[in-house]
Unconditional design. Structure first.
Length: 277
């Protein structure tokens, strides 16, 4: 079994082979080439983020949070839905404290039932965003697995609901949280809004790791990886792509990373360097 690790990209200069590769691909049917491109991207982690237990997310959490499964850690599951990620992370770290945020009332009832006997799971019936307000949530159905504050193509316009949105900074203050070991965000295109509402917490360096998803819904909200990359860089985070076989450091932004099939990224707060004078 391949050990989960940082996967460093090969530095081999392929420029001399490019003309030959381009010639070969130019002779192939367009749709076949696009299919091959999709397979190649998937092998590197792009488009593999839809399933919690197979996407590499849990291995990435273990990689950054460590192997001590009994240590008390604090996790924010923003966009918890029915609790798939909450359940999976508790299996990894049974002593952890998890704040699970789900704004939809119907879906939240399922979340409440699932974790009714677990006092370490704080079940919160609101979403997180830029500011505290009431917003319209668009859903694919009554008990939606997909819901967004922006109408998406896959969502039935007949299913809407007014929901409460707060900021992460408010929650951190209300619960007197000193540190968030892992902030996981999956809110169908509004990931940047959640981060924007956490600026005080980020400034105080209270979030050790921050995981977020980009996908087709990011197109609907005009959110790019560049937007998030630049914001997190301001707060001294190093960004990684999550793949099934490791995490790939992204030390510089590249427009070719803008791939809108469901993909997960994780950012780690860099260690603060103290210089003795």
């Amino acid at each position: 079994m391949l050990e989960f690790k940082r996967v460093i990209g090969a530095s081999t200069n392929l420029s001399r082979f490019r003309p030959y590769v381009e010639l070969i691909f130019s002779l192939l049917p367009f749709r076949f080439v696009m299919k091959m491109v999709g397979i190649l991207l998937s092998s590197q982690g792009f488009g593999s983020g839809a399933r919690v237990r197979t996407s590499g997310e849990l291995k990435a959490a273990r990689f950054f949070l460590g192997d001590d499964i009994q240590k008390p850690i604090t996790i924010f599951d923003v966009g918890a839905n029915r609790g798939e990620y909450t359940s999976a992370i508790l299996a990894l770290y049974p002593s952890s404290r998890v704040f699970s945020f789900e704004p939809s009332r119907e879906t939240f009832r399922l979340l409440e039932v699932e974790f009714a006997a677990m006092s370490q799971v704080f079940k919160l019936n609101y979403g997180l965003g830029v500011k505290s307000q009431s917003q319209l949530l668009y859903k694919e159905g009554q008990y939606a697995r997909i819901a967004s504050l922006t109408p998406l193509d896959v969502i039935d316009p007949d299913y809407t609901e007014n929901v409460i949105i707060r900021t992460l900074d408010e929650v951190v203050s209300e619960y007197s949280i000193s540190e968030i070991d892992l902030l996981k965000i999956d809110v169908e295109g509004h990931e940047l809004d959640v981060i924007t509402g956490a600026q005080n917490t980020l400034t105080l360096r209270k979030i050790k790791c921050l995981q977020f998803e980009l996908g087709g819904s990011s197109i609907d909200t005009n959110t790019t990886l560049k937007d998030i990359y630049e914001m997190l860089s301001q707060y001294d985070y190093r960004l990684y792509l999550i793949s099934r076989r490791g995490v790939v450091p992204l030390d510089t932004y590249d427009y070719q990373l803008e791939q809108y099939s469901t993909t997960n990224f994780i950012a780690e707060l860099r260690a603060k360097v103290c210089i003795k004078i």
